[in-house]
Design a protein around this ligand. Structure first.
Ligand SMILES: [Zn+2]
Length: 221
């Protein structure tokens, strides 16, 4: 969790007041060209060019998003390798067209985005690490909030993240417990939308399921 001093907050608000044109003028020309190429190629329009400061603050008040029905994206101005990757992630959602929601949809978009980063020389290990963490968080959400069975998680995705189903089970229990004791925002939106509060009943249901699974495992041993 990142906390901001009032000063930083103010600075960011000032930055956000720039017009879209002013912000676009600051884009990395080469990156912007690539982003526009993919937008054109797939007939995607930009709903909003959003401000982008750095990887942490960018997720604070701003939601980057892909709109499937409108075939639109809200993306940051690409100014560095990380913002370029965020652009590719949102475009990737529409290009791949996977609408199953949850961790598989995020995984598909991440892979597409990372491939593009690699293709244009903007790939970094840090970006890849972030992508894996992002898919892992989405996966935990699916288990805890949407009661996704742990034994049905795609093994290839677990392998790519570099974790085991056992780890998912343990972290889901932890997350479920936090959700039950505190009204905290869902992890996916933890940093950008505080109105989006988890509903305790689904966390409770998932927690019971995971605990039962664990009890059964222990009982059968
Ligand atoms: Zn996404």
């Amino acid at each position: 969790m990142i906390r901001y001093t009032k000063n930083l907050q103010k600075k960011r608000e000032m930055k956000n007041k720039l017009t879209t044109k002013q912000r676009l003028a600051k884009a990395d020309k080469e990156m912007l060209g690539i982003v526009r190429k993919y937008l054109n190629r797939h007939g995607i329009t930009v709903r909003k060019w959003l401000p982008y400061n750095d990887r942490r603050s960018s997720f604070r008040n701003v939601v980057y998003e892909a709109y499937f029905d409108a075939h639109q994206v809200s993306i940051p101005i690409p100014i560095d390798r990380y913002s370029f990757y965020v652009c590719m992630h949102e475009i990737g959602h529409l290009v791949r067209g996977d609408r199953r929601y949850g961790y598989v949809m995020e995984y598909v978009a991440e892979r597409w985005a990372l491939d593009r980063c690699q293709k244009y020389g903007y790939f970094t290990k840090q970006t890849e690490r972030f992508a894996k963490q992002y898919v892992y968080r989405a996966l935990l959400e699916d288990v805890v909030f949407r009661v996704h069975p742990i034994d049905k998680i795609r093994q290839d995705i677990l392998d790519w993240i570099g974790c085991t189903a056992e780890q998912v089970r343990r972290d889901s229990i932890k997350l479920g417990k936090i959700m039950l004791t505190k009204r905290v925002p869902r992890p996916e939106v933890l940093v950008f939308n505080e109105k989006d509060i988890v509903d305790a009943p689904s966390a409770y249901k998932a927690l019971i399921g995971i605990s039962l699974e664990q009890l059964n495992l222990k009982a059968s041993k």
